[in-house]
Ligand binder design. Structure first.
Ligand SMILES: NC(=O)c1ccc[n+]([C@@H]2O[C@H](COP(=O)([O-])OP(=O)(O)OC[C@H]3O[C@@H](n4cnc5c(N)ncnc54)[C@H](OP(=O)(O)O)[C@@H]3O)[C@@H](O)[C@H]2O)c1
Length: 324
């Protein structure tokens, strides 16, 4: 029988995304239809994960989606909703959305065309909010926004006022500034998720949609780390982390792992819900790998979350309210 639940994984052919697809199919054979999105469904990474899923007779589709193209994201959302309505996908019952894709190119960008902000903040918000109707209809859905410990150095208003910023479009920024931009993206998406969960509780008090921000820790992704335009520091840093990993992990289990470790932590979120998880959530949750943690005070500040919600609602055109 065809799976009744769908899980959408953006960056589905990336290191973590493809490991997650493997983990889901291995842990729950035949339970989920996996809808993997990527920019190039014909590249070697797409072929590798397709071959694996075919060998397992998994139900899956690979679809082209460039998250820097917000019109394309809107069309994708519309397509998914139409397919759910027409019964081709049975809905996101027990399934959900994992926002895995990320852009970590350290370039200056003007606000309205900043690829980093668009891919990491606006596209996940459009997907999460756009698919709300589908998620509300089911028995429960989980949204996992893949975060990063770098959120701690981020600013929640980092992208505000950037349209006036000096600096040439595409000009490179230094490593620390780049990390601050990246961390700010991760912080913004975390706060939008938390604000979303609070609004869901207020507007749909019976809903079973759960928003999670999960930090996968650092991953030894076999050289694929965040695309071809990564900063030169990463290969060196991750080379050192890779060698010292077994020692570092004695102190912190998220220090450096193969992507299969965070993939398993995410896949487990889609397993049999624990008693407490079956309930309505009033606030979003934050995990580092499989441990629930309290994130920093800024990310938990309701007033700041509301500001970020408003800014992202403005930039996506979704506005402030929850439209289904
Ligand atoms: N690696 C780490 O140590 C680490 C640490 C903390 C958090 N994370 C987070 O973990 C997640 C996965 O990282 P990873 O290491 O698995 O990276 P990765 O292998 O480089 O995967 C990144 C994915 O993002 C996709 N992507 C980039 N720009 C895109 C766009 N415009 N439209 C659609 N997709 C786009 C890439 O697609 P293409 O195949 O088209 O390039 C790729 O699938 C990210 O959210 C990252 O921030 C990673």
């Amino acid at each position: 029988m065809a799976p009744q639940s769908t899980i959408i994984i953006t960056g589905g052919t990336g290191s973590l995304g493809s490991s997650l697809a493997r983990a889901l199919e291995t842990s729950y054979p035949g339970r989920f239809h996996l809808l993997l999105t990527c920019r190039n469904p014909d590249d070697e990474h797409a072929k590798t994960i397709s071959t694996f899923l075919e060998s397992k007779k998994g139900s899956f589709a690979l679809e082209k989606l460039d998250l820097s193209d917000l019109d394309g994201v809107r069309t994708f959302v519309g397509d998914v909703k139409a397919r759910v309505a027409s019964g081709e996908l049975k809905g996101l019952v027990g399934g959900g959305l994992v926002n895995c894709a990320a852009n970590q190119t350290f370039f200056k960008g003007q606000k309205w065309k900043d690829v980093m902000y668009t891919v990491n903040c606006l596209a996940p918000a459009l997907l999460m909010r756009g698919l709300l109707g589908v998620m509300l209809e089911g028995e429960g859905s989980t949204v996992v926004n893949v975060g990063s410990g770098a959120y701690e150095i981020g600013r929640c208003d980092y992208f505000e006022g950037k349209e006036e910023s000096e600096g040439k479009e595409g000009e490179k920024v230094g490593f620390l500034e780049g990390m601050k931009r990246y961390g700010s993206c991760k912080l913004v998406t975390m706060m939008v998720g938390f604000a979303f969960q609070r609004r869901l509780y207020t507007v749909y008090p019976e809903n079973k949609v759960h928003i999670i921000n999960l930090d996968p820790g650092s991953m030894n992704a076999g050289g694929r780390l965040l695309g071809s335009e990564r900063h030169w520091v990463f290969p060196i840093l991750y080379g050192i982390l890779g060698v010292t990993g077994p020692l570092l992990r004695l102190v912190r289990k998220d220090a450096i792992n193969p992507p299969s470790v965070p993939a398993k932590a995410i896949a487990d979120l889609f397993g049999s819900p624990k008693e407490s998880e079956g309930r309505v959530w009033k606030t979003g949750k934050y995990f580092i790998l499989d441990d629930e943690k309290k994130p920093n005070a800024l990310s938990l500040n309701d007033g700041k979350q509301d500001e970020v919600w408003k800014n992202v609602g403005r930039d996506t055109g979704l506005g402030d309210g929850l439209k289904v």
